[in-house]
Each structure stands twice: as C-alpha cells, then as structure tokens.
Ligand binder design. Structure first.
Ligand code: URA
Length: 269
C-alpha cells in the first residue's frame, strides 16, 4: 500500500469512528477566525491565554431584512414548485451556510386538508432533500397511515435547512423561514395544522408552555398579516416518541381527535 493510500485509510477509519460516536457535523455555533488566530502572538508562559480566539460572528444576520426579502420572494411564488425553488435560491437564512447540503421544503399532496409542521431537517432529510424520511419520519408515516391520512397531508418544517449538529433552530432562523411557510399554507389551503414538538409549537402558536401541556389541545394559528386563520393542534414529535415509546398513546389519541374533526362536515371545535 502506498503512503497516500495508508493516510486515506486512516482518515476514513477515523471519520467512521467519529460518525459512529454521533459526531456528524464539524461546525461550531461561534466561528473561529483562523486568519486572526494565525496572527495571534501567544504571550510567554506562565500566562494562560488561549492560542485560538473566537472572532465575533461576522455580520450576524439582519433578521428584519431577511424576513422582508423572504416575504417578497414567497409572495411571488404562484405554486409549490415555485415556492420550493424560491426557498432553494434564498440566501437570507444563516442555516444555509452552516453545513446544510441543500434546502428541504416539503412532500405530500399539494391540496392536502392537513399540513404537518415539524421542527427542521435532520441528517437524512439533508441528504435526501425531503422532510421526515429518517426514523422519526417513518414513524410519522405509519401513524398517519393508521389514521387514514396518508394521501391527505403535506409535510414540512419551521426551517428549511438542517441546523448543524441537529440543534434546535433559533427563533430568528424560524422567523426568517416563516414567510415561506406562511405562503405554503396559503397555497395548500389546508383545513388544519398538526404541529410536531415544542420548538415548532412555540414558533407557530407563540406559546411558551411545554409540549406536554400544549399537546392535544386546539389553538388558532394566525398568519403574520392576520388574513389567514386555522385550527392547529400541537402533539409530541415522533423523535420524542422513539425515545419514549410509552408516550405514543398520547400522540395517537391527539391524532384521532384531529382526524375526527377533519372528517366532520362542519369542522367546528
Ligand atoms: N425532524 C423534523 O422535525 N423534521 C424533519 O424533517 C425530520 C426530523
């Protein structure tokens, strides 16, 4: 074996070791400016000064401006394909530049009566470009199927790029993506929303209670402009259900309550 091949093999084996240990992102939330760090002259010992200095985040996002741009682009999209393309071309969300491979918009029926909203893409979604395709997504599909909802849903998220290391998306990132989500709601025109997990519930319903207190209850979702209103039910996130299988009966009961209302002709609460 050549020396180069041996180095490749060592590097592959080390990466496989880290992947196995759950390290699947190589980004820090705070960037380290290596150029500045390189210029740094370490003082003489015994002073304990770090050799690497974290630079302030270069140009923290101008959230108001990004939201404005997102709103403008979203309004121009006349169908879901155009909206998907607008999201992919949008550079205003910092998540796009924090290691995500591609944007992840949605899947399902374009005229679905039920819109399912999760938190944000994970590694499988980042790789495939489709939301909820990993283990939580497979569980979600089984639950929707058992409730007779398979062809009656559109599934999306509060943010459209994978947060590094699977962290929770920040309220700013959710706010920047919100105009696209609102436009999706406008275009699909669902009868109701199913909101998965606390971060999505907080973003959609502006409520701070824990998901265990919010789940299974009806809330009124209102668009930013106030022109759209829809009944929305938060429930437990399928990733949580995989960790806590004992909670599945609660999520199932929520789904049955929601389906019952969806199928009721008057759809009143
Ligand atoms: N979890 C989410 O909230 N959304 C996905 O798309 C996948 C996992």
């Amino acid at each position: 074996m050549t020396q180069a091949a041996a180095i490749d093999r060592t590097a592959e084996s080390l990466l496989a070791f880290w992947a196995e240990a759950g390290v699947d992102a190589m980004l820090l939330d705070t960037p380290i400016d290596k150029i500045e760090a390189g210029k740094f002259v370490a003082p003489k010992p015994p002073e304990k000064t770090p050799l690497l200095v974290a630079a302030p985040r270069p140009g923290a996002p101008d959230v108001a401006r990004a939201v404005e741009t997102a709103r403008h682009l979203a309004a121009e999209a006349q169908d879901l394909e155009a909206l998907k393309a607008a999201i992919a071309a949008f550079d205003g969300c910092p998540l796009k530049f924090e290691g995500a491979r591609q944007s992840v918009f949605g899947r399902g029926a374009a005229n679905a009566p039920l819109l399912v909203i999760g938190e944000g893409p994970g590694p499988e979604e980042d790789a495939s470009g489709e939301p909820f395709v990993g283990r939580p997504g497979q569980l979600l599909d089984r639950m929707l199927g058992a409730a007779g909802l398979t062809d009656r849903v559109f599934i999306t998220n509060t943010v459209f790029w994978r947060p590094p290391g699977n962290r929770t998306p920040s309220p700013q990132e959710q706010a920047i993506c919100a105009p696209f989500l609102e436009r999706a709601i406008e275009l699909i025109s669902p009868k109701m929303l199913l909101v998965l997990g606390a971060p999505a519930a907080k973003a959609m319903l502006k409520r701070d209670e824990g998901i265990l207190s919010l789940r299974g209850r009806w809330f009124e979702w209102r668009s930013e402009g106030g022109n759209l209103e829809l009944p929305a039910m938060p429930t437990l996130h399928p990733a949580f259900l995989l960790r806590q299988p004992g909670a599945k009966k609660k999520a199932w009961s929520d789904l049955l309550t929601l389906t019952e209302r969806l199928d009721r002709p008057d759809r009143g609460a």
